[in-house]
Design a protein around this ligand. Structure first.
Ligand SMILES: Nc1ncnc2c1ncn2[C@@H]1O[C@H](COP(=O)(O)OP(=O)(O)OP(=O)(O)O)[C@@H](O)[C@H]1O
Length: 468
């Protein structure tokens, strides 16, 4: 839904009857928001027109003076195999239809067919072409391995290959009118990524963010769809909905996993039909914004337990990116630490402090349930208390200590590490193993190893001496 034209490629209508061209063009625009349309009433100009523009789809009349639709179908298939043709004929003849399909037509409609079926066929072709384009784009992106516009992702500090792959994916699907689903734990950067996706879409309009968690169905409808004056008691003034505010831009719905079932139905209808009714109005408005949704929740699990509608889930996950948790991309921790130290020092008007070596080691053992946001807050807190010289570890130790990697809630498979041991180790064997593991994880730093083990540093030192 970039700019104002949909789809991103052109659709050429070919028919020798100008009245029919006007009527189809109007139908496609009114019922499906299709605006990237050009018409041609002279069959001899079709090939020249195709040569001059970025066309993806041609709607072709069969019976025309000079060149027939079937002749054009053959020419287009030869010279522009990437263009899809739909034949629209005044005749309902099975043999002709079969012949056209054999020549490569995507579909065949009779002019008297109901509008809905024709529009449905055109939308199907658009969807297929979009998927093909995305596929090609992804393929070339993977082969070239680079980003087209790396500056869009510059707010992200990362060297993680999985993150960089997600950026390439975001660029590949940037112009798709289909929704984009961003998942990831709280604080991983979902909103930051939504902003990058908005930038990559090239849409001229704004990004309008709405946190839908906790909105009841009426507030949800009012916020998104707006209302007319007098729509309900207290609606003294008309109100534009967020969908309208986001026109030609992006509507970002955060915390989508917490949306109630009634509102889920409304969102699905909006995405399927591309239109909505402001409260109190019986005149539909078109959705002219791209929709990006984000959640920290496990939508698959919510769908399985009946808390999230399956049809909406499938619709939303057409394009999906998952941002890994910070603990799963530990190589980013030192980079983010340096970045936030410099950023916090700038913001607080201080000289950038030097981080002690042990700090990186301590952070490397921590599970960061609040992800990047938590690391950022920790660094800002420490820098704000900092005087001069080397940054103190104190704030980090007091914040991280009680919830460090060793004491964080264990995952189910780690709850009992002895499950697979046929013979249980003795107390002293288990203690020895624990000490070795802690020393390894802390790179030999006794202060950190002691914290991991939940004992004091002198107690650990005594144990280590006993080993020697
Ligand atoms: N890779 C990164 N580099 C730099 N800053 C980042 C990065 N990831 C996240 N941030 C920063 O961390 C903070 C949290 O990011 P953001 O709000 O996008 O997370 P979120 O996943 O949307 O969180 P929530 O689920 O709680 O809404 C922001 O200040 C953001 O700028």
């Amino acid at each position: 839904m970039s700019g104002t034209l949909f789809p991103a490629f052109g659709i050429l209508l070919v028919d020798d009857e100008p009245a029919w061209l006007r009527s189809v063009s109007l139908t496609l625009e009114r019922s499906a928001g299709i605006t990237n349309i050009r018409s041609c009433s002279d069959s001899r100009q079709v090939m020249e027109t195709l040569a001059g523009g970025d066309f993806g789809l041609v709607l072709l009349d069969l019976t025309m003076p000079h060149l027939s639709g079937e002749e054009l179908l053959t020419l287009i298939a030869e010279q522009y195999p990437e263009i899809t043709c739909i034949v629209i004929s005044g005749l309902n003849q099975v043999a002709t239809a079969v012949n056209c399909i054999k020549k490569g037509a995507f579909d065949y409609f009779v002019k008297t067919v109901e509008e809905d079926r024709l529009v449905g066929g055109v939308l199907r072709a658009i969807r297929m072409l979009e998927l093909e384009r995305e596929n090609r784009e992804m393929h070339s992106r993977l082969l070239s391995g680079g980003l087209r516009r790396p500056e869009l992702f510059s707010p992200f500090v990362t060297a993680d290959p999985a993150m960089l792959t997600q950026f390439a994916y975001i660029e590949a699907v940037a112009k798709s009118p289909q929704p984009l689903l961003i998942t990831g734990e709280s604080g991983t950067g979902k909103e930051l990524l939504a902003r990058a996706a908005h930038g990559a879409s090239g849409c001229k309009g704004p990004l309008v963010a709405v946190n839908v968690a906790g909105l009841d169905d009426t507030v949800f409808s009012d916020t998104l769809f707006g209302h007319q004056r007098g729509a309900y008691t207290g609606a003294d003034q008309p109100r534009k909905g967020m969908i309208e505010e986001a026109a030609d831009g992006t509507l970002f719905l955060d915390e989508i996993g917490d949306l109630g079932i009634a509102s889920q139905v409304k969102l699905l209808r909006l995405l399927q039909e591309g239109e909505y009714y402001p409260l109190g109005s019986d005149r539909p408005k078109r959705l002219r914004a791209r929709v990006i949704v984000a959640t920290h929740a496990d939508l698959a699990a919510k769908e399985a337990s009946g808390q999230f509608r399956r049809d909406l889930y499938y619709r939303l996950k057409t394009h999906q990116v998952r941002i890994p948790a910070l603990r799963d991309r530990r190589c980013d921790i030192p980079l983010l630490l340096e970045h936030f130290l410099a950023e916090a020092a700038r913001a607080l008007g201080k000289k950038k402090p030097t981080a002690p070596r042990e700090l990186s080691q301590l952070l490397a053992t921590y599970s960061f349930p609040g992800n990047v946001r938590e690391l950022k807050a920790l660094v800002y807190d420490a820098v704000s208390l900092h005087g001069s010289g080397v940054l103190s570890m104190e704030r980090f130790i007091s914040a991280i200590g009680p919830r460090s990697a060793a004491t964080a809630a264990p995952s189910p498979e780690r709850r009992n590490p002895f499950l697979c041991c046929e013979r249980l180790p003795t107390f002293s064997e288990a203690a020895e193993l624990l000490v070795s593991e802690a020393m390894q994880r802390s790179n030999g730093n006794q202060t950190i190893a002691a914290r991991l083990l939940g004992i004091s540093q002198p107690a650990l030192s005594k144990r280590l001496k006993q080993r020697d």
